[in-house]
Design a protein. Structure first.
Length: 280
């Protein structure tokens, strides 16, 4: 019989199932977590309301113990770190996403936000072109969360950037299979696991919430290759302050240097930009 005392012990096992590479294990872990939260939702909410309304909370040992169990049910449900202890930044990012999901004004995006999880997060410092030191945050999410994240990428990135006051780069974890990998003769390497395909997918991830409209390759007399990536001109106002961070992030993740620019707006985009300027 499932009791409230055993919930804190069961949740780590459910999280291990969710982190599995097998679909049946993932579904079992998600269903177990959903059943636990649905069954004890009322008890968790009542305990939290008691904490707010009880003036003698610090001296009430019984209520403190119940709050500890409630917190174990809901904390770090957005964090899926396979190895090691989560850092303070990772816990803060996971809690921020969880609070954002629970906000009433985001009810229309709930079906997508609840499927977005965090694998890791790290601060990155680099020397900008003007000579100063700038920072940004790289957040890694599971590949199975990517489709849902893309549907709420704009509001999620805006919320995280307003929280941490620095650019946010979100990428999905992918696996590159070497051409020298040993496999069965009947098993071919998927095109999506090639080096070129993964690097192209990473580029699509880091430019979110904008998108790539074109790429240009040039070779200099000295033999150097210059790659330009063109972004949607409608996103210039949002993306322009982040271009240095995106360039450094792509070089850090792929060892390739690219130069970001904005493509020439079409007649329709030009009219849209002019209407936006008039509204301001």
């Amino acid at each position: 019989m499932l009791s409230f005392e055993n919930v804190a012990k069961l949740l780590p096992h459910a999280q291990q199932l969710v982190n599995s590479k097998y679909e049946t294990h993932i579904l079992a872990g998600l269903n177990s977590t959903l059943n636990i939260l649905c069954k004890f939702e009322r008890q968790i909410m009542d305990t939290k309301h008691r904490k707010l309304s009880d003036p003698d909370y610090r001296n009430n040992r019984e209520l403190q113990e119940q709050m500890r169990k409630c917190q174990a049910c809901v904390e770090n449900q957005k964090l899926m770190k396979k190895e090691g202890k989560p850092s303070e930044l990772e816990e803060e990012v996971a809690k921020t996403l969880q609070h954002f999901e629970q906000a009433k004004e985001n009810a229309q995006h709930l079906q997508h936000l609840r499927l977005v999880y965090v694998n890791s997060a790290e601060h990155v410092e680099f020397k900008a072109a003007h000579g100063g030191v700038e920072r940004y945050i790289i957040i890694r999410i599971p590949f199975r969360s990517l489709l849902s994240f893309r549907k709420v990428a704009k509001i999620s990135i805006d919320m995280l950037e307003s929280k941490f006051k620095q650019p946010i780069v979100v990428i999905a974890n992918r696996t590159i299979i070497s051409t020298r990998a040993v496999s069965h003769a009947t098993q071919k390497r998927p095109r999506s696991r090639t080096l070129k395909a993964v690097h192209s997918a990473i580029l699509d991830d880091i430019v979110a919430p904008s998108n790539v409209t074109g790429r240009q390759f040039k070779s200099t007399v000295e033999g150097r290759k210059i790659e330009k990536v063109f972004l949607d001109p409608l996103d210039r106002e949002v993306m322009e302050p982040r271009l240095d961070s995106l360039t450094h992030a792509y070089a850090k993740l792929t060892t390739h240097t690219v130069h970001f620019e904005f493509s020439k707006p079409t007649a329709f985009q030009q009219k849209k930009l002019e209407s936006q300027r008039q509204k301001k």
